[in-house]
Design a protein around this ligand. Structure first.
Ligand SMILES: [Zn+2]
Ligand SMILES: [Zn+2]
Length: 308
């Protein structure tokens, strides 16, 4: 529901599109990451991220429009405001935890710089595992099937943002910098290419047709993804000698983030689903949750925290 006179920016897009529209920007991800660690004030984000006034203002306004952050009076200073995560925003915690886990596992040098995640229930520093609610076994994309639900293509949801390119923040605080994730999620076309790969698209021409993506941008994105070790390029069909781009182990592991972000979008931005992910084992729509690798319990927002 939107307030009268206030246009929801993602109104006509699909559930997935609306979720990605709300998240698909590198600064937005970092602002949310900080918010989940307790940041509420403009000056705190500015200090932690080294972000300019205008960029921070515009991103906070968007997060407010998407009802992820709410602007409330600052209890300490009359006339000032602070921003709090709404229920919708708080519900992003598992996406942010999955991003942390992926960066730590797959990005060189991050193991030692990123904090640990402590599970209060068992008391251990844990590594979250993605599972379906039906069983405790970890799942990978191979345990699922992605079914396209409508004629909408990912392109319908991937209108490029109008923001000008902004530089990456200074990595003074390790959590203020998610280098690979920002490449994968920090731009609408990147997300679209990645999402297409997860539903089985492999050839240049198919990406181009399916996404309606300009070839120059597609070439650039594919090259970046190969450089990051997320895609590998090869000729897999010798008969026709056609080149394909396939997800590597590192790329496949990003499924956790994508699956949780999709589910979040479906919960909070009802619309027609472009793609449904089914879990083969139970045959139902994948209900992704994170579990503790130490005690196997399902992780909840209130029972995990980052510790240095
Ligand atoms: Zn299941
Ligand atoms: Zn545990």
């Amino acid at each position: 529901m939107t307030t009268a006179g206030q246009e929801d920016p993602g109104q006509r897009a699909s559930a997935m599109g609306r979720a990605l529209l709300a998240l698909g920007d590198r600064w937005t991800l970092l602002i949310l990451q900080r918010a989940s660690l307790g940041t509420r004030k403009f000056s705190q984000w500015q200090e932690a991220l080294g972000v300019s006034n205008s960029v921070l203002t515009s991103r906070l306004r968007e997060l407010e429009q998407h009802q992820i952050l709410a602007r409330v009076p600052d209890p300490q200073y009359a006339g000032r405001f602070e921003y709090r995560l709404t229920e919708r925003g708080l519900d992003l915690w598992s996406v942010l935890v999955a991003i942390w886990a992926w960066e730590r596992r797959w990005v060189l040098g991050r193991q030692s710089t990123l904090p640990d995640l402590r599970h209060d229930r068992c008391g251990y520093a844990c590594t979250p595992r993605l599972t379906c609610t039906c069983a405790p076994q970890p799942i990978t994309p191979r345990d699922t099937t992605a079914v396209r639900r409508s004629s909408l293509t990912v392109a319908d949801v991937s209108t490029p943002r109008l923001h000008r390119r902004t530089s990456a923040p200074a990595p003074s605080d390790p959590m203020a910098y998610l280098p690979n994730t920002m490449e994968l999620l920090g731009n609408r076309w990147s997300i679209a290419v990645l999402a297409a790969a997860f539903i089985g698209i492999r050839r240049f021409g198919d990406f181009e047709r399916d996404l309606g993506i300009p070839p120059v941008i597609l070439t650039d994105r594919l090259r970046r993804f190969v450089d990051l070790g997320v895609f590998r390029r090869g000729v897999y069909d010798q008969r026709y000698g056609r080149e394909e781009y396939r997800l590597t182990q590192k790329g496949l592991a990003f499924f956790d983030v994508i699956a949780l972000a999709f589910r979040w979008g479906e919960r909070w931005f009802p619309g027609s689903p472009v793609v449904t992910i089914r879990h083969r084992r139970c045959g139902r729509i994948l209900e992704p949750v994170l579990r503790c690798d130490r005690c196997q319990a399902t992780l909840t927002r209130r029972e995990v925290r980052f510790v240095h």
